[in-house]
Design a binder for this molecule. Structure first.
Ligand code: DOR
Ligand code: ZN
Length: 346
């Protein structure tokens, strides 16, 4: 039985670092194990221009733990006013790695997102031409669509038409939560990949709702039925290069989670690699962990894999704290519901 596993230093292709005191507190939780992360732009106000991204990058650099071998990969928040020339220039200058599509109203701070895809078509065409990838929050927001169906409907109504109309655009369907999305991504021979979060590999919707409501398991897209979780597990552990890790680690303080209208987001940066080693081992797929966390993402983005490595060793339960204390208040860590035996040495 494998007790020790050394893999290339992993990357997180979907991460919320926030700003200010929260950024200060959560950044080391990611830099400890990860080499790079795509940093989500849904700040208030959002990161919409190349200048915004450069300024946010400077704030992240200022908060960086001494000597951390970590590179934040910046992205822009697509709005109906986004200037394609600014996007392409920021990409060319190495300021940004990708652009994010939030359908307006889909999730936290998405009010400035896109209502009418036709309005952003020229920007998407410019991105396709310049090789700038588009990361999609893949949920429609129509009030009449059931929240558990919003991802599947997004594929039919937004993603498929987009890929047909702009076939050269490199697309990432983020935090997929359904068998429908897994099947759809598997039909694409190019220009489509998906990220999967740690928590969606571990929880289904029962974890949120059975035996009392669990606000710390509430995120968007919301976790689905067990059959969907199984489809995600199969995709993540298959070695298929179209699937890679994006934790969507999204810190909110406990008061903001534990209330009548709690925020969406699971904070998993701290214990993600221990959680993943556990579920990959359970699936008999520890040999596929490196592809999922460290190889498939850079291959899709056309980036080199990280130079460094991390070593995972199985032993006594790791003593992760229940909460991360931040200047804004406590943030509860993702509880996988099983003891974490895999220690991470970076
Ligand atoms: O659960 C989520 N939290 N999903 C998102 O899409 C956004 C994120 C956040 O920013 O809190
Ligand atoms: Zn997110």
């Amino acid at each position: 039985m494998t007790q020790t596993l050394t893999i290339r230093r992993p990357d997180d292709w979907h991460l919320h670092l926030r700003d200010g005191a929260m950024l200060q507190a959560v950044l080391p939780e990611t830099t400890r194990h990860f080499g790079r992360a795509i940093v989500m732009p849904n700040l208030v106000p959002p990161v919409v221009t190349g200048a915004d991204a450069a300024a946010y990058r400077a704030r992240i650099d200022a908060a960086m733990p001494e000597g951390a071998p970590f590179e934040p990969l910046m992205m822009l928040y697509l709005t109906e006013e986004t200037d394609g020339a600014d996007v392409v220039a920021a990409h060319k200058a190495g300021i940004i790695t990708a652009v994010k599509l939030y359908p307006a109203g889909a999730t936290t701070n998405s009010a400035s997102g896109v209502r009418d895809m036709a309005k952003v078509r020229p920007v998407l065409e410019a991105m396709a031409e310049a090789g700038v990838p588009l990361c999609c929050h893949g949920e429609v927001t129509d009030a009449e669509i059931d929240i558990f169906d919003r991802e599947a409907v997004f594929i039919d109504r937004v993603l498929e038409p987009l890929r047909r109309d702009v076939p050269e655009l490199k697309v990432i369907m983020e935090h997929v939560t359904t068998r429908d999305a897994v099947d759809y991504v598997q039909t694409a021979d190019r220009n489509l990949a998906a990220t999967i979060t740690t928590h969606h590999l571990i929880i289904n919707r029962n974890h949120i709702l059975v035996g009392g409501i669990k606000p710390h398991y509430y995120c968007l897209p919301v976790a689905k039925r067990e059959e969907h979780r199984k489809a995600l597990m199969a995709a993540a552990t298959s070695g298929d290069a179209r699937f890679f890790l994006g934790t969507d680690s999204a810190p909110h303080t406990d008061p903001n989670k534990e209330q009548a209208c709690g925020c969406a987001g699971v904070f998993s940066a701290t214990n993600t690699m221990s959680c993943l080693a556990h579920v990959f081992e359970d699936a008999g797929a520890l040999d596929k962990l490196e592809a999922f966390t460290s190889l498939n993402g850079p291959a899709y983005y056309g980036l080199p894999v990280n130079e460094g490595t991390i070593t995972l060793t199985k032993g006594d339960p790791v003593a992760y704290p229940d909460k991360l204390m931040t200047g804004e208040g406590p943030v509860t860590l993702f509880d996988p519901g099983f003891p974490l035996l895999w220690h991470v040495e970076a």
